[in-house]
Ligand binder design. Structure first.
Ligand SMILES: *Cc1c(COP(=O)(O)O)cnc(C)c1O
Length: 413
């Protein structure tokens, strides 16, 4: 089974997890900031915690925080748990990033922060965002904080400049499914040193040093994931995930779409074990992105322009956490590809304002709703070779042809 993603973990990461060396957290922060050209980086236990901490440290509360409707639900949870109200902005049908028109229309005098997300690694036009924010700040006479969600878009650039340099801060998520990993963990880059000092001070006061037990649990998780995603074992992992509920309990603590919550250990700071693994990953970051881009190019060459497969136009500066395609009748694509030994991703399967805690919020987001049940994503992780990419694309063409023959499947027109 070819997995929808495979974390790129080598011996270097495993050794680092058991021998983190002195002060890896501080070193990881410094190297992270340097890698993305940001003045400072602060580490957290999860990406969502960085956002939650930032809003509190700069004292945004009882306010509206604008977020895309099509994003990870934990972003809305972080906003809610910080004492604010998430306001959902519909996305653009061509890019799946926040629509500029909807964004402009959603800002009110209660808006104190916005979270532009560069979804799937695709950079937004940061100049245009800056214009909209600046004019709203003038109109309402107060500051609007801009926190980029780079959980998918490490190093994405607009107009040649890393998107993290725009606005006030950028958050990154480092769990095993992300572009690069620190087992779990999150980072935030901050552009103004005074603001950074405030957030650091808040974090060091409010969040505790993790215990020894957690370091061991992280090591075990890293080893288990490495085995679960390895070539000979992944078929079994896939089976457990899709045919049984065995792995569900593990992921529920981390992420429930229907309830506003954070994982139980969210008040911990990042562990040395995680930071040490993150440092090794950082050294391979450029190669990681280079491989993602070349796999995406193979998919474009073989699939772009095929009728019935809607692929967003490709742009400079895209760093490809995911390569997405909109299809009709997604479950059939997923099923038939699995029969060919290829797991398709279905990220993200919900529009946040349609999930439990936010249902009934008065912000319709029709495009986000459509995206949530029509997107598939193809594997682009660094372990995907040219041969695998070609096999994935050719298999998809096969499946697509089957589903589009009238009569074979009446739903695919
Ligand atoms: C993963 C993710 C996050 C948050 O990451 P955690 O580390 O799990 O808190 C935020 N935004 C998006 C778009 C993500 O995919």
């Amino acid at each position: 089974m070819i997995p929808r993603f495979r974390p790129w973990i080598g011996l270097g990461e495993l050794i680092a997890a058991f021998r983190p060396g002195p002060e890896p957290v501080r070193q990881f922060e410094e190297e992270f900031a340097k890698c993305f050209g940001a003045p400072e980086a602060l580490s957290f236990s999860y990406g969502r915690v960085a956002l939650w901490a930032f809003l509190q440290a700069v004292e945004v509360k009882d306010s509206e925080v604008l977020i895309p409707a099509y994003t990870c639900s934990v972003v809305a949870h972080a906003v809610t748990l910080s004492g604010n109200e998430p306001k959902f902005v519909d996305v653009d049908a061509g890019t799946y990033n926040m629509s500029f028109e909807a964004f402009e229309a959603a800002i009110t005098e209660r808006t104190r922060a916005v979270i532009p997300t560069h979804l799937f690694g695709r950079p937004m036009d940061t100049h245009r965002l800056a214009e909209i924010v600046r004019s709203a700040e003038e109109r309402y006479g107060h500051r609007i904080w801009v926190i980029q969600d780079c959980a998918h878009s490490f190093g994405a650039a607009h107009d040649g400049e890393d998107v993290c340099r725009f606005g006030d801060a950028a958050l990154y998520a480092l769990n095993i499914s992300k572009v690069m990993t620190a087992i779990f963990g999150g980072m935030m880059t901050i552009n103004d040193p005074d603001v950074s000092a405030r957030v650091r001070e808040w974090r060091d006061r409010e969040l505790r040093k993790p215990g020894l037990r957690k370091s061991w649990l992280r090591r075990i998780y890293l080893l288990a994931s490495t085995v679960a995603f390895s070539r000979p074992i992944y078929g079994l992992t896939w089976f457990l995930q899709h045919r049984t509920n065995a792995l569900g309990q593990l992921t529920d603590a981390y992420h429930l779409d229907e309830r506003i919550h954070f994982p139980p250990d969210y008040r911990d700071q990042m562990t040395a074990v995680e930071a040490a693994v993150g440092r090794v990953q950082l050294r391979r970051y450029r190669e990681n992105i280079r491989r993602r881009r070349s796999t995406a190019q193979i998919y474009m060459d073989l699939l772009d322009g095929v009728e019935g497969l809607r692929i967003p136009s490709q742009i400079e500066g895209h760093t490809y956490s995911h390569f997405v395609i909109a299809v009709e009748n997604r479950p059939e694509y997923v099923r038939l590809m699995a029969q060919k030994g290829i797991e398709l991703g279905e990220l993200i399967q919900y529009s946040v304002p349609e999930t439990g805690p936010y249902r009934g919020s008065a912000f319709p987001a029709p495009v986000s709703g459509v995206a949530s049940h029509s997107l598939i994503n193809l594997p682009v992780d660094p372990a995907v070779t040219e041969r695998v990419a070609r096999r994935v694309a050719m298999s998809l063409l096969d499946v697509h042809a089957t589903l589009r023959v009238p009569g074979v499947n009446p739903k695919a027109s």
